[in-house]
Design a protein around this ligand. Structure first.
Ligand code: PGA
Length: 255
């Protein structure tokens, strides 16, 4: 991996976390300040309800915060929605867009995902854009085609401040992961797509793997070529597990 792509380990808390769980974020902050993941950039994406308090917890540390979704609009009559500008104002540096749970549960189209990514860039946030095939698409031999289509229709116009997360839908929360060869093939493919979409800029975009990353498999998954980090769901809820994952990365790919 070229030096210019600093590994990124991001925790996606999904719809989990109460005020008491800020203690986990405090523990991540302490571990990062103690140098436990020096090679990697560390991002925690708590539910939006905890974002401002998490910002206070992480102040003065390199731990960055992200949100899990944003609305394409900036302000206005969008009851229940939160804009990218609001997330930035609340202390976020990143926002996840196009997660498969939002694509599935909220019928988010590639076009909407692209609009959200554009809104995030407009607000000065970095984007973590998720793509990934379903089990049926993988079995049908259509995984690369599906991911190419998602990228083609949802990538924003600018590669700066963009991170892509490859998350096979069937690996999320299941404990099942693709083989190392399949991950390597997909990440190489995504890299090629990014270089085609963003001549000159695509090689700088970090491509994360996500889906059942755990302390036990992190070292193996993160060592795969073209894997620039991880998007971690369940195992990010406990600081001790999350920091083992981030720490595995720093051993493998010291800058
Ligand atoms: P998981 O989730 O690590 O719990 O599989 C990953 C994700 O959905 O981002």
């Amino acid at each position: 991996m070229p030096d210019r792509r600093r590994p990124l380990v991001a925790g996606n808390w999904k719809m989990n976390g109460r005020a008491a769980d800020l203690l986990e974020i405090a523990a991540i902050r302490s571990a990062v300040l103690a140098g436990q993941a020096a090679a990697a950039e560390i991002v925690v994406c708590p539910p939006v309800t905890l974002l401002m308090d998490a910002g206070r917890v992480c102040a003065g540390s390199p731990v960055k915060l992200g949100a899990q979704d944003c609305d394409p609009a900036q302000d206005g009559a969008h009851t229940g929605d939160v804009s990218a500008e609001m997330l930035k104002d609340a202390g976020a540096s990143y926002v996840i867009v196009g997660h498969s749970e939002r694509r599935a549960c909220h019928a988010e189209s590639d076009a909407l995902v692209r609009a959200k990514a554009g809104a995030a860039l407009r607000a000065g946030l970095d984007v973590i854009l998720c793509v990934g095939e379903t089990q049926a698409e993988r079995v049908a031999g259509a995984a690369l085609e599906r991911v190419a289509a998602q990228l083609g229709a949802s990538l924003p116009n600018d590669a700066a401040h963009l991170v892509v997360a490859y998350e096979p839908v069937w690996a999320i929360g299941t404990g099942v992961t693709p083989t190392a060869a399949d991950i390597a093939a997909m990440h190489g493919f995504v890299r090629g797509q990014l270089e085609r979409h963003f001549p000159g800029g695509g090689k700088k975009v970090r491509v994360l793997y996500g889906g059942s990353v755990r302390p036990e498999n992190a070292a193996e998954l993160l060592a795969i070529e073209e894997v620039d980090g991880a998007l971690v769901g369940g195992a990010s809820l406990k600081a001790s597990e999350f920091m083992i994952i981030a720490g595995a990365y720093s051993v493998l790919k010291a800058p």
